[in-house]
Design a protein around this ligand. Structure first.
Ligand SMILES: [Zn+2]
Length: 164
């Protein structure tokens, strides 16, 4: 299969909390988290994010204060996959359980890198695409980059995420 066909088939899986995020992390003055810790499920994903950050920049980043947890829904919005919520000086990432359970390991990595891009790096969405292939140029595309795409262009995505 030609590369561009592969790209067209799998580059977009779904929206990253479009309605909730409005292009950036959701900043909420009325939200109060139900969580006081992070689900251990996400420990390895946070570690991988921190490791990739270190590999790319030579600097350390600590995501331990960002709690990541599963929820069934957010504000009756059914289309979200995950969302970073900033409230006061605290940050929460909420991940939809049914979506998480339905996708592969590499896509899980893409989701958490994207959400930590919001919550740990303060990045907004970047919907630039490669004009020839249609490939999203950033993990911060408002539609989550598929795991297959992430791994196919791993170096490019990590470099873009952590250096720009
Ligand atoms: Zn997002």
């Amino acid at each position: 299969m030609k590369l561009f066909q592969l790209i067209l088939l799998c580059f977009i899986l779904g929206a990253c909390g479009k309605m909730l995020e409005e292009g950036d992390a959701k900043v909420s003055s009325h939200y109060v988290s139900a969580f006081t810790s992070s689900d251990p499920t996400f420990d390895n994903y946070k570690n991988d994010f921190e490791d990739n950050y270190y590999q790319e920049t030579g600097l350390s980043i600590n995501t331990s204060a960002i709690n990541i947890n599963f929820v069934d829904s957010i504000e009756e919005n059914s289309s979200f996959i995950a969302v970073c919520i900033i409230w006061g000086n605290r940050k929460d990432i909420l991940v939809k359980t049914t979506y998480w359970d339905a996708v592969g390991e590499d896509t899980k990595q893409s989701i958490i890198h994207h959400e930590l891009g919001h919550c740990a790096l303060g990045k907004g969405h970047n919907n630039e695409i490669d004009e020839k292939t249609g490939r999203p140029l950033s993990l911060m595309h408002s539609n989550i980059v598929s795991g297959t795409m992430f791994m196919s262009f791993f170096e490019e995505y990590i470099q873009e995420l952590f250096n720009q």
